[in-house]
Every structure is written in structure tokens, then in C-alpha cells.
Design a protein around this ligand. Sequence first.
Ligand code: SF4
Length: 437
Amino acid sequence: MNESARSNEKPCASSTESWARSSPAAPGTPLYLHIPFCQTLCPYCDFYSVLGAGRDSAALVEALLEDARRHAPRAPRSVYLGGGTPTFLPPADLARLLDGLQELTGFRSSAAEVSAECNPESLTPETARALVAGGVTRLSLGLQSLRDDILAFLGRPHNRAQALAAYAVARAAGPRSVGFDLIFAVPGLSQEAWAADLAEALALGPDHLSAYALTWEEGTALNARRGSPGHYPAPDDVELEQLWATRSLAACAGLAPYEVSNFARSGHECSHNINYWMNGDYIGLGPSAVSHLGARRWGQPRDLATWRTQLAGAPAQLSATQAAEATEARRVLGHSESAAAPGGAAAAEAPAPAWEERLAPGARLGESWWLGLRLTRGVDPGALRRSVGLPAAEDHCLPIARRLVADGLLEQRSSRLCLTDRGLPLADAVGREFLAP
Ligand code: SF4
């Protein structure tokens, strides 16, 4: 099936009725699906994932489609298959997922961008073809490195040869965009080695690059090894040097920065992720997925069995761990309000979320600054304030922004405020200044 054929497809009437019964989201709302299966569990990862071997992929797909029937918006303008490892699913199950999603949402005629995360160890030509034939326009490869020693340190199940082969497979499938993720500031990765690794990867000719410094997240296996031989975070000056090398080499390869860690050829920026950084609305399906509509944010259970039990209609209790995670997520974001409301009459058939919060206008404004400053174009203070309905007199963010300008961390460009070169490496800390205490 080619692009023009897909663009003529419409959602069938019965599917639209099904959607209309329960989705709380407006037509067009971006849609995320979380596929939690992975071949191995990488020690640095803090996404929700489970070992996929022996799991029932077909049952997962049916559960995701049931979740979509209850929650997915009609005609989403972007779709993102993330994980976990979407390509852990066999091609036939991916095709079933995409066909079912089309029946429920009509995404093939509405979404300008449909992304799928792909891992080198599981991206076969059949898988790539199933994704593209099913409507995926953008393949994002989790390469992380082209060096076997770094891949081994990161606990990745693939090697350099598989990474290079996966890139060729992705290109051969013919999606509109192919990009990949790389990780720097890995212990033992010198500046010269990172520059060589990145240069070789960029020579492949990607449309998009995500390059992140290795993070040592609390609760991960990597962080538990912190301080043991070979497990020291890279010094700040090394991380900084590698960050600037990334920006320089990406620019030479024709990839412009549009976010702190993301670079693209013109027209290949990830609109789905830009919507996150703009604090826009979105619906997330699958275990651990988060949804956000206006002042309301809620999450699915971070546990496969609990999520499926809830979908099956039986009310599930949060475990102590899950409840603590939800509380911690709210604490990090600086919110104390929470509610257990099921989402109003429109969502009456849907199971209650694992956690939910309603954000006050000031909190929403602070988050919009925190996220929006990651974008190269920065934020428009007046537009952000209007988007949450706050009068100027109650805007607590402007005084903070003025202080950060005086400190040389932000600068004004036309009507927008952006990170300076000094502020860029401190993007997260600068952004958090705007979150409510
Ligand atoms: S493959 Fe990705 S999602 Fe799975 S454990 Fe590794 S980093 Fe996490």
C-alpha cells in the first residue's frame, strides 16, 4: 500500500461510534502507544519495560486495541509507538496493531507523522516493511553507539554490526524519515572516541538525531553500581565537551538543533515530541503511559498485569510501590493536588486511571516554561500565560525569567526567551526554576 492509497482511507462509522462512547480527547489529539517488551533490560533504563521472551505478543496487541477503543482520539495528528521495544513484536502483530488502530482512529488519513522506535537486535526487513506498510512514516533506531565496548557497558543486546545493518534495513523499507539515538558521557568514552563514533554515525545520513548524555537515574541497576570500578559518571567538563562536539558535528551533517538533545534536517523534526515540549495535549495507551488534557493529567498502571486487569473491567488496587511512584512523580513536578475522579461522564465506560492530578493554572504555566525552554526557539511568555488563562498580575514566571536573563542563562530573541549557550547545558535546572515550590 502506498502513501496516496492510505491518504484516501477514512475511519469506518462503527469505529467512530465506538470511539465516541468513551474517549475524553478531542479529535486530532496526538496518540502514544507503549509496548513494554524488551529482549533484555538495560541497566540505565527507567522506562517501564519487561522481558518479552515467552510473552503473548498477540494478547498485548489486543489489549492495546481495547485500550484504544476506550481512550484513543479520533483522527490523531501524530502517532508514536514507543517502549520498551515495539520491534520486539512479530511483524504480523505489528500489522494487526496498526490495522486495528486505523479502524478505531483513522490515523492513516489524519496523522502527518507516525513514529516507531526500533531496536537493532529485532529490526528485520519484514518488521520494517510491516511498519511502513501499516502507516509508519518515521523509524527511530535505538543505536546508542557504534562501538562494541560502549554497547556492552550499556548492556545493550546488539552490537556494532547489527546497528549498521539495522540502519540499512530501515532505509530500505522506505519511510519518510530515519533517525537514531546515541548516548555520550559514558564512562571511558573519550572526547576523541565520541567524536569518531558520532561522525561515523552521521556519515550514514540520518534525517534525525537524538543525542543524550548518559543519566544515572535513581533506582536503576546502573546507579546501584555507581562508584564501583568503571562506574563513575563522566566529569562535567567531559560531558560539556561532548555536548558541544555533538552540536558542531550535527550541524556539519546538516542537522539543525531544535531541542537541547535533538537535531533534524529541515522538515524532519519530530512533531509528536515537540508537542510534549509545548506542554500540549496527548493520550497515552498501554502500561505506564501518561495522558494530558488541559489541566488534567493521569497515568496508566506501571504494571502489565494490573493494566490488563483494569482493561478487563475489574477494578485494580495500586500496589504500595505504584502509589509511591505516582506520589513521587507529582512531588517532582511540584504538585500536591490529586483526585481519583474517573474523568467525567464522557469517560464513564473507561476504567479509573492509576493516578490522576489536576493542575492549577500557575503550575501549568511553570511546566510550560520548564518544557518549552528545551526548544531552540524558546518560549513566548505572553502566549504561555494566555494558554493557561492567567492574568499578567498572577504570572510568577516572568520575575524568574528576568533573574535568569540577568544571570546570563536566558536571552530575549524577538518576543521569545531562549536558553543562552551558558544556559543550554543547564537546561533542566534552569527549567525547574519555574516549577512551583
Ligand atoms: S531496550 Fe530501551 S526500553 Fe528496553 S530496557 Fe533497553 S533502554 Fe529500556
